[in-house]
Design a protein. Structure first.
Ligand code: AHR
Length: 511
């Protein structure tokens, strides 16, 4: 098997925005409570923030972190989460059938985000929340002083405004699992009015319209067309979500999931192009995609073999271990090597869509479908998917080049696709190249032939490979480094043909 990728620096897909390597944390399970916040423990600081988590999150060098949901936000009143903690009330949390203690809220999140050096991206409740409450949240966060909400922030111990730039207008409003779900027309009107008011408070903010995500819904893409006809002048981004599941389709098809994501992103892009083409006045405004939830999600804690359990409940109700617990340990996926290779492929695809995708949040960050898991004793575990994500965040910065590709292909349920899928990022200032490559053939090694002659002299300095004989292997607290990337020996720095192990995800660094 051989694939040839030829490059010229004149042919580029686009510059990678730092927000492409972002994440998401929701009031769901142990994502916030037990993940970020674990007060009165010797492994937490004086604010109750876990010190181990702070260090790992800082190291990931994330662009933004989206908060507080997810489905959670459509039930959430942000005013319940501010002020003295002893006065905060416990509320019923309907998205995940849990009890919300409100011990962590917007001030806590902004304080934590500053400590870990990440910009917050805040979602407002456009399900059960009012447009006035959304504008008041902007006032609380961004207005300097002299009004009720800004002065309340100061009273709550935060003199300086947070100046939050990125705001999401609701979450997955297309789905009937969402509290306050509405039609595209209704959403467009509510989001437009919220956008107006939020921008009246602070005209510098950037807004994300809630686009469609679920390909099985009859409104998929039609939703985008309808809402963007109304919202195009008011927003800067449209969101979409995409999760890939290993539903027993076979390793090759699962590894080919990047192709599904590719089509998904291009569908959103095409909807935007369609709306933009309808109005000449929109021609100069480029709306970008905010892929604000992406990951592999295998729904491990749902026993689909016991279909009687479904009994009329929605998927999301099923994910609650027991009803009305405080931060139950739900959706704590344990990722395999195969999942990690698939995540690596999805990351490659995000790079190759860098002309359209400006923000992308791995969903989620901690404990819930996450690269990082913590336990109650103060231990932290890097799941397999942590590694490709961390490597993408480290080396996936610069200009993504558009190669000429020829080589072997394979038939998958997503069509005929290359055996090796790759993305190359060029850092012109340092004259460094970073090639990410997935060999999705789990039976045979494959050769990646790189033609960089038009880029000047390059030599291979490092080959990081993520592979193994057991695709089902997982890291555990008992064996935390069972599945980690290793360095392959570089025998010839000038070689242009590089062998990629069967079923492997690779980073090739060139100087
Ligand atoms: O990330 C978990 C959930 O997935 C989010 O709450 C929701 O937006 C999506 O369906």
């Amino acid at each position: 098997m051989k694939s040839t990728y030829s490059y010229d620096k004149l042919f580029e897909i686009g510059k990678v925005d730092p927000k492409v390597w972002s994440s998401f944390t929701e009031h769901l399970g142990r994502s916030i409570y037990g993940g970020i916040y674990d007060p009165d423990k010797d492994f937490s600081d004086e604010h109750g923030f876990r010190k181990d988590v702070k260090k790992e999150v800082k190291d990931l060098n994330l662009g933004v972190i989206r908060y507080p949901g997810g489905n959670f936000v459509s039930n959430y009143n942000w005013k319940d989460g501010i002020g003295p903690k002893k006065d905060r009330k416990k509320t019923m949390e309907f998205a995940w059938s849990s009890i919300e203690t409100n011990q962590f809220g917007i001030d806590d999140f902004c304080e934590w985000a500053e400590e870990v050096g990440v910009e917050p991206m805040i979602a407002v409740n456009l399900g059960t929340g009012s447009i006035r409450s959304a504008a008041e949240l902007v006032e609380y966060c961004n207005h300097d002083h002299g009004t009720y909400w800004s002065d309340l922030r100061i009273k709550n111990g935060h003199r300086k405004p947070y100046n939050i730039k990125y705001w999401c207008l609701g979450n997955e409003m297309e789905g009937d699992w969402q509290a306050g779900h509405m039609s595209a027309e209704e959403y467009a009107k509510k989001a437009r009015e919220a956008a107006k008011m939020m921008k009246w408070v602070d005209k510098s903010i950037k807004l994300v319209a809630c686009g469609s995500s679920y390909e099985m819904l009859p409104t998929y893409l039609e939703w985008d067309r309808t809402i963007m006809k109304e919202l195009y002048p008011y927003v800067d981004y449209i969101s979409t979500h995409n999760y890939n599941m290993n539903s027993g389709q076979g390793n090759t098809d699962f590894l080919a999931s990047w192709k599904q994501l590719d089509t998904h992103i291009k569908n959103t892009k095409n909807s935007l192009n369609f709306v933009q083409s309808l109005q000449t006045k929109y021609r100069d405004k480029q709306i970008k995609i905010c892929l604000d939830e992406w990951n592999v999600w295998n729904f491990q804690d749902i026993k689909l073999d016991n279909l009687d359990d479904l009994n009329g409940m929605t998927t999301f109700e099923l994910t609650s271990a027991k009803k009305w617990e405080e931060h139950p340990a739900i959706l704590q996926e344990k990722y395999s090597l195969l999942d990690a290779l698939t995540v690596g492929g999805l990351g490659i695809d995000i790079l190759n869509n860098t002309d359209a995708v400006e923000i992308a949040c791995l969903a989620q960050l901690l404990n819930v479908i996450a690269p990082i898991t913590t336990d109650e004793k103060g231990n932290l575990l890097k799941q397999t998917i942590y590694y490709p994500f961390a490597l993408l965040s480290k080396y996936g910065r610069g200009t993504v080049l558009q190669p000429q590709v020829s080589g072997d292909t394979q038939k998958t349920s997503y069509g005929v696709i290359p055996v090796i899928e790759s993305a190359t990022v060029y850092d012109e200032a340092k004259h460094q190249l970073h090639v990410f490559a997935l060999n999705s053939d789990t039976e045979n090694d494959a050769t990646l032939s790189l033609n960089f002659t038009r880029l000047g002299k390059t030599s291979l300095t490092q080959h990081i490979q993520f592979t193994g004989n057991d695709l089902e292997a997982r890291n555990t607290f008992e064996d935390p480094e069972k599945v980690v990337p290793t360095e392959a020996t570089v025998k010839d720095a000038n070689a242009t043909d590089i062998v990629l192990a069967k079923g492997s995800w690779n980073v090739l660094n060139f100087d």
